[in-house]
Design a binder for this molecule. Structure first.
Ligand SMILES: Cc1cc2nc3c(=O)[nH]c(=O)nc-3n(C[C@H](O)[C@H](O)[C@H](O)COP(=O)(O)OP(=O)(O)OC[C@H]3O[C@@H](n4cnc5c(N)ncnc54)[C@H](O)[C@@H]3O)c2cc1C
Length: 207
């Protein structure tokens, strides 16, 4: 479809002229472009800094745990926001467990120990049967959180540089240079204008 995917190719700088993006410097050389979409998940803030603007986001570590496999006992995802934990069962039988994000900004990709304790305490309270489960592994990543927990699908202060959301809404925004009706409300200036789309309670996760 006329698209190249370059693996192991780090963007190290964003170039612009007269307020319009002209290309990116990468670990494999300069790539010129008339349009740029930033889809780097937990590193959006760093990319935005290279492009010369700030995003209304905070980068925090989120971690998850997986238990040893057990017989099928749960066919839904259970969210317990009061005690702050969520759990589902994978096809392999492992209980997949998560909780809140770290309460401070960081890029550790590990997550803090107190969250493991806190999340398991919450879920043992909700499901006492898991108290004897052994945890197989734990991992962490970075999530970019907005203040209202809704995504950004937006133009940016740099001309022809866009920040996701995802999929069709982003594709329409980049192709036309203007958001469609679905994406319009999710622009990054809603935090300046107080037009929040508050999804923190309805969000699919506890953070
Ligand atoms: C512990 C944990 C558990 C989660 N559990 C769930 C779950 O159960 N269900 C769910 O739906 N979601 C879950 N998520 C969220 C989900 O993983 C993310 O929303 C999703 O992976 C984001 O996809 P993405 O393609 O936008 O970004 P990513 O998959 O993070 O891809 C971004 C890419 O950008 C690259 N990049 C960064 N900086 C640069 C640069 N300067 N130059 C070039 N490339 C760069 C990175 O290397 C990375 O490959 C979880 C996240 C975490 C951390």
């Amino acid at each position: 479809m006329g698209m190249d995917i370059l693996q192991n190719c780090e963007v190290t700088g964003v170039r612009s002229e007269n307020g319009q993006v002209t290309g990116v410097d990468t670990s494999r050389g300069f790539i010129g472009t008339k349009k740029l979409g930033m889809v780097v998940a937990g590193h959006s803030g760093q990319l935005a800094e290279m492009a010369g603007f700030r995003l209304p986001i905070e980068a925090v570590a989120l971690q998850a745990l997986v238990s040893e496999p057990i017989k099928p006992c749960m066919d839904v995802v259970v969210m317990a926001n009061t005690v702050h934990g969520y759990m589902s069962q994978s096809d392999k039988g492992e209980m997949v467990i998560g909780g809140g994000t770290d309460g401070f900004n960081n890029y550790t990709q590990r997550g803090s120990f107190h969250h493991i304790e806190e999340t398991l305490r919450a879920l043992v309270e909700t499901f006492p049967m898991i108290s004897r489960l052994k945890m197989l592994r734990q991992w962490g990543g970075i999530v970019d959180m907005t203040g209202d927990r809704s995504p950004l699908i937006s133009k940016t202060p740099l001309g022809n540089c866009f920040i996701p959301g995802s999929g069709w809404a982003m594709a329409e925004l980049m192709a036309k240079g203007e958001p469609g009706p679905l994406a319009e409300a999710f622009n990054m200036w809603r935090f300046k204008e107080g037009q929040f789309i508050d999804e923190s309670v309805a969000a699919g996760v506890a953070h």
